[in-house]
Design a protein around this ligand. Structure first.
Ligand SMILES: C[S@@+](CC[C@H](N)C(=O)[O-])C[C@H]1O[C@@H](n2cnc3c(N)ncnc32)[C@H](O)[C@@H]1O
Length: 335
């Protein structure tokens, strides 16, 4: 399991780049970039080195935290997974690459690609000092054409990318990403209904192309959630002083909401259930909304079942748990 917080070296490199710049100017640029994203625009407003830094200071801690949470879920679903090669599509400032490097010491080859020159330059600066990334490649260009030339990789990641594409491009990119996936594909989006809908469409498309689902779903059937409900998770992360200044924030943490899917070439061995919301811990029982291999259920774990209750007290939103198993013999699943 890796920490949701940026590695110290990366945080230090970001803070160092802020030295000598006007913090209020950088914060104003970060606010303009965020506003554009909230209004449905993409990363087109990130044009200069300062824009790229503003974006990274404001958003990299949160996207890193979301990627870290997904990688932890992936590692839990596939305990022996040891990828040697990574392809990070729409890599931006190198967020997902940095998280994947933390999660998988087995990686020896890192390939990144992105259309934004300012973000690419920043990533090369941020990652450049770390010997782990010596030999990494970072291709500049549109994902659709750059992918055609990319070598296949054990692990392919697209973090907060597909929302920047139109429907038709997103579909063809999904096929192209899967074609480059030797083993596992991780796609992450903001945890909004729209982000979830994009993940769901990609999931459906690639299951039809032969993909298996490793996380978060415990099955490859149609998603059982009924709108307006949607599948998303939340990761808390610490905010540094610079991060708080950038966002005009008052509390030293934030919660990043995200939706994701991990698709694999081979089916995974374990059958688990996914906790879909923070469980309610009551005096008599713990109630947890789960996605199970059989559909959505509310698991009720009575306090009198001491072992099961003690195990369920550790359940958190997003966890993979064994329902109806030897781990939790007292667990009752109520569909
Ligand atoms: C929201 S940022 C996410 C960056 C990074 N993956 C992260 O998680 O921090 C989206 C990235 O996708 C890139 N992007 C958007 N459309 C693209 C395209 N058609 N081809 C390549 N990169 C693209 C942008 O330049 C930007 O770096």
């Amino acid at each position: 399991m890796i920490s949701p917080d940026l590695p110290a070296s990366l945080k230090g490199a970001l803070d160092a780049k802020l030295e000598g710049l006007s913090r209020s100017d950088v914060a104003a640029r970060a606010a303009a970039i965020s506003k554009n994203y909230r209004e449905g625009g993409g990363s087109g407003t990130i044009k200069s080195a300062t824009d790229a830094l503003a974006y990274a200071l404001a958003r990299m801690p949160a996207t890193y935290a979301a990627v870290a949470a997904c990688l932890n879920a992936l590692a839990e679903a596939r305990p022996g997974f040891a990828p040697a090669t990574l392809l990070d599509i729409g890599a931006g400032p190198g967020t997902a690459t940095a998280a994947v490097a933390e999660a998988f010491p087995s990686l020896t080859s890192f390939a990144l690609l992105d259309a934004n020159p300012a973000l690419r330059t920043l990533a090369l600066d941020l990652l450049g000092d770390n010997p782990r990334f010596r030999g990494a490649s970072y291709d500049a260009g549109d994902a659709r054409s750059a992918l055609a030339k990319a070598a296949p990789a054990d692990l392919v990641v697209a973090s907060y990318l597909i929302g920047e594409l139109g429907d038709a491009d997103r579909k063809s990119l999904a096929d192209a990403m899967w074609a480059k996936t030797c083993d596992t594909l991780l796609v992450i989006e903001p945890g909004t209904p729209a982000g979830y809908a994009r993940i769901l469409a990609l999931r459906t498309q690639l299951i039809a192309a032969g993909a298996h689902v490793a996380a978060p779903c415990p099955h490859a059937q149609t998603c059982p959630l009924i709108p307006p409900d949607w599948c998303h998770f939340s990761q808390r992360l610490a905010r540094s002083r610079a991060h708080m200044q950038m966002k005009g924030a008052e509390v030293p943490f934030e919660d990043e909401r995200f939706s994701y899917v991990v698709l694999t070439r081979q089916p995974i061995a374990r059958q688990f259930s996914r906790v879909l919301a923070q469980p309610a811990v009551g005096k008599a029982e713990i109630a947890a909304k789960l996605c199970t291999p059989y559909g959505i259920a509310v698991a009720k774990v009575p306090r009198r079942d001491k072992a099961a209750y003690a195990a369920a007290r550790h359940w958190r939103w997003g966890d993979a748990v064994m329902a109806k198993s030897q781990d939790n013999p007292g667990l009752v699943i109520e569909p």
